[in-house]
Design a binder for this molecule. Structure first.
Ligand SMILES: [Zn+2]
Length: 213
């Protein structure tokens, strides 16, 4: 369940002189700002509206938004909507942005690793593949599978093909993590030989989903 919604926060500003209270004619007011924000799990994520207001120090009558005399609006705004008051209202967006940067960094690292693996294949590398891009008769519902490098020589990269097919690439990765894909009987007896350039083409066409070492 995701908790979200809107909330408001009141920040106090400086004293305002010289405007008569419509109720008690006192001329001393305190100013304030109302920051309405959208929250995700109670973390302010972005501002939805800002309003200024003033409160009579004597009778506590408040004037909000359009009720505030227009010549005072900018003065009150600059006192209450400071960076220090408004920036924390975007904490959620800042956090989301940092997480996104983190994920994209991790993704770039993985891409860089795979680029190295594919130009310098090694025995025991795992290739998670989409068989639809390799065999025309591949099962559309269970298109993913695994190939493992058994030999690297100038004449090509020799691989064995796993016996299992999967509907998700993540399930293939799980079998690698769990050690199932390390078992001898996971693979069929035949081998396929690829040239280095062919591997790059298979990567470019999406046939090679990912590589693990
Ligand atoms: Zn008053």
């Amino acid at each position: 369940m995701i908790f979200f919604g809107s909330k408001g926060k009141v920040v106090t500003g400086e004293a305002v002189q010289g405007v008569q209270c419509p109720s008690c004619e006192n001329s001393q007011h305190a100013s304030f700002g109302i920051l309405n924000y959208f929250h995700l799990y109670w973390i302010p994520t972005f501002l939805t509206s800002r309003k200024v207001g003033m409160e009579c120090t004597h009778c506590k009558r408040t004037l909000v938004g359009d009720e505030v005399p227009s010549h005072l609006v900018d003065q009150i705004k600059s006192g209450v909507f400071t960076t220090g008051n408004t920036l924390p209202m975007f904490s959620g967006l800042i956090i989301i942005g940092l997480i996104a940067i983190g994920f994209s960094y991790v993704g770039q690292q993985a891409d860089a690793r795979e680029a190295t693996y594919i130009t310098q294949p090694a025995v025991s590398d795992y290739y998670v593949v989409d068989f639809r891009e390799i065999y025309s008769e591949a099962d559309a519902e269970y298109p993913y599978g695994l190939m493992r490098v058994t030999n690297v020589s100038p004449s090509g990269i020799e691989m064995r093909v796993g016996n299992m097919i999967y509907n998700l690439a993540s399930s293939v990765k799980k079998d690698i993590r769990d050690g199932k894909a390390a078992a001898e009987n996971y693979y069929g007896p035949e081998t396929i030989v690829f040239e280095l350039a062919e591997l790059q083409e298979l990567k470019n066409s999406g046939a090679i989903h990912s590589i693990q070492r």
